[in-house]
Design a protein around this ligand. Structure first.
Ligand code: NAP
Length: 249
């Protein structure tokens, strides 16, 4: 029997990068999966590649009515979410002095408020044995230039997980995080820098990784499935680094 047979998983930002790889891993392990995202084209394409056990809801995590729509759709399909991957997020690389209010609000709203209310809205469908995994980042505990908003958003999630672990333990719900190092995904093309600068920054970050390379979305997905499964039944409130050793050695 596959690890997620008869299980229902929800992945926010499941139309790209780490979210899509994780949705695929859930499906490969037997789960039904509901993915969300904003871009209708990539969302439809992702649903298509995931096959008949996947559904997709177009939703912006910063909009409460969209989150309601996501979990109404989940409720129509299941009375219980076994695994919730709170993954949707954005990164912008901007020097501290040049960060304007709109940039600050966009990153905070997506990465912190969006993640916070994703779980709050999902909670009625979570119960004994359900697992929540947040996608934080090594940038939450290391200082990278240009990440003065992004880094703190991930550190905020780390703090949130500590509280959730104590509040949700009595209900049998676990809340953990994966903290990826640099991962090869479309995110790097969306940080607001010219391609040449992205390459340069990628090279500099890559040099800090003891394993000497970027990770793959599939490598993060494997860690998410572990934290979502009964194999990690005594792991609570933890942040699992998936970064080839960056920040850990
Ligand atoms: N790549 C890395 O090196 C790395 C390292 C550490 C942590 N992470 C974290 O991993 C997560 C996934 O990133 P990724 O690398 O896979 O990048 P990605 O390919 O750019 O994926 C980001 C996903 O988030 C979704 N998203 C963004 N804003 C959203 C919003 N307001 N509402 C709903 N969905 C939204 C995107 O959907 P649309 O395209 O439809 O907007 C997309 O599916 C993020 O939380 C990121 O911070 C990534």
């Amino acid at each position: 029997m596959k690890r997620f047979e008869n299980k229902f998983a929800v992945v926010t930002g499941g139309n790209s990068g780490i979210g899509l790889a994780t949705a695929r891993a859930f499906v490969d392990e037997g789960a039904r999966v509901l993915i969300t995202g904003r871009n209708p084209e990539t969302l439809a394409a992702a649903k298509e590649t995931l096959g008949g056990r996947a559904t997709a809801v177009q939703a912006d995590v910063t909009k409460m009515e969209d989150l309601d729509k996501v979990f109404e759709s989940a409720r129509e399909q299941t009375d219980r979410i076994d695994a919730l991957f709170v993954n949707a997020g954005i990164a912008r690389v901007v020097p501290f002095e040049q960060t304007d209010e709109a940039t600050y609000d966009a990153i905070m709203d997506t990465n912190v408020k969006g993640a916070y209310f994703t779980l709050q809205k999902a909670l009625p469908l979570l119960g004994e044995g359900s697992s929540v995994v947040f996608n934080t980042s090594v940038a939450g505990s290391m200082g990278f230039p240009g990440f003065s908003v992004y880094g703190p958003t991930k550190a905020a999630l780390r703090g949130l997980i500590r509280v959730l672990a104590v509040e949700l333990s009595p209900r049998g719900i676990r809340a953990n995080a994966v903290a990826p190092g640099p991962i090869e995904t479309p995110l790097w093309g969306r940080v607001g820098l010219p391609e040449k600068d992205v390459q340069e920054m990628g090279g500099a970050i890559g040099e800090k990784v003891p394993m000497g390379r970027f990770g793959t979305a599939d490598e993060v997905a494997a860690a998410v499935l572990f934290l979502s499964s009964a194999e990690s039944s005594y792991i609570q409130g933890a942040e699992l680094p998936v970064g080839g050793g960056i920040g850990d050695v």
